[in-house]
Design a protein around this ligand. Structure first.
Ligand code: AVJ
Length: 325
């Protein structure tokens, strides 16, 4: 049997084009040049990210899966969720662990994934609908930074899962705004937040995770330039840049950069922009913040959450936490 699902598009057809142009205009005309990481995930970028999650160096996905496996039953017991919401669900690869536990617990009725990638959402919803025919699956295409699109309180309690350390892609200001908005949306009794975050550790391990031996991360990073060329008709030469992974000690975050191999000029005709790159100049494409409990807990408190449970893998590489409004 194949279960059913719905897909709601909560963004205007031209939203991505407009948002991308605004981000490029703002980020590439400042010094140092930066771009937000959400633009990595076109079909090829999503495929490359999937490969990253299976790399021996990229411990995050495996560590988080272990934490979820070890604690899923407890999470189901603690939350008794009727709805599992997943923000930035992507391929929903780790979701089955939670769906299984919540189904076994007998409370789950609805799964509501939300992602900017419509193709990833549909593929995930199709396969989950087949595996969980009794589950109501309502997928939403949206950008969680501007629209949380939470299912309404009649389906509460709602467990909002935000996994994979995607929170780390936001800078502290964006993080505070996001957590604050999420807290405001969780209004029904029993609503809860399940957050997966990567932890501060030996820089050498993190550097390897973001600069793997097969060069998949380098390809993922450079794919951003291909996205820009396609969407904005720009003439970036991916071969003119080197992939760089950097540990920013002061801000305790990994950063990915594209470093110009030579001084050159890039044209973005749709924005009427001509960009000068100096040899050795960096374009920062991603921040991936690493967390400590003692720093994250006050951020959650500030947003109006109470940290109730903190689970890690044995090596304390990754944490999954349960926070209540
Ligand atoms: C999907 C944002 C969690 O920051 O580790 C993987 C993306 N970047 N390798 C991360 C990523 C480089 C990933 N997140």
């Amino acid at each position: 049997t194949t279960g059913d699902f719905t897909v709601e598009r909560r963004i205007a057809a031209d939203h991505f084009g407009r948002a991308l142009r605004a981000d490029v205009q703002a980020g590439l005309t400042e010094n140092p040049k930066t771009l937000p990481p959400k633009w990595f995930y076109d079909a090829r970028g999503s495929m490359l990210f999937d490969r990253i999650t299976r790399l021996p160096e990229y411990y995050l996905t495996r560590a988080e899966r272990m934490v979820l496996r070890a604690n899923a039953e407890r999470i189901a017991e603690l939350t008794a969720a009727h709805t599992l919401v997943e923000l930035g669900s992507g391929s929903s690869a780790k979701t089955r662990i939670l769906l299984d536990a919540l189904t076994a617990g007998g409370t789950l009725r609805r799964y509501a994934p939300l992602d900017v990638s419509e193709s990833a959402l549909i593929a995930a919803a199709e396969s989950l609908a087949a595996a969980y025919p009794a589950l109501r699956i309502t997928a939403t295409v949206a950008d969680f930074e501007t629209d949380l699109a939470l299912p309404d309180a009649s389906d509460a309690p709602r467990l909002v899962a935000f996994l994979g350390s995607t929170l780390g892609n936001l800078d502290p200001e964006q993080r505070a705004a996001f957590l604050g908005r999420l807290r405001q949306a969780l209004t029904a009794p029993g609503d809860a937040l399940l957050l997966g975050v990567d932890l501060v550790k030996d820089p050498a391990r993190m550097l390897r995770a973001y600069d793997d031996g097969q060069g998949v991360t380098a390809e993922f990073n450079k794919n951003l330039l291909t996205v820009l060329n396609r969407e904005l008709d720009s003439d970036f030469d991916p071969g003119a840049f080197d992939h760089r992974a950097i540990w920013n000690e002061e801000d305790e975050r990994m950063e990915m950069r594209l470093r110009a191999r030579l001084t050159h000029t890039v044209k973005i005709p749709t924005l009427d922009l001509t960009l000068d790159f100096l040899r050795g100049e960096d374009l920062r494409t991603e921040i991936s913040s690493k967390f400590r409990r003692e720093a994250l807990e006050p951020e959650l408190t500030q947003a109006g959450f109470t940290l109730e449970h903190w689970w890690t893998d044995q090596q304390e590489r990754f944490a999954v936490l349960l926070a209540l409004p």
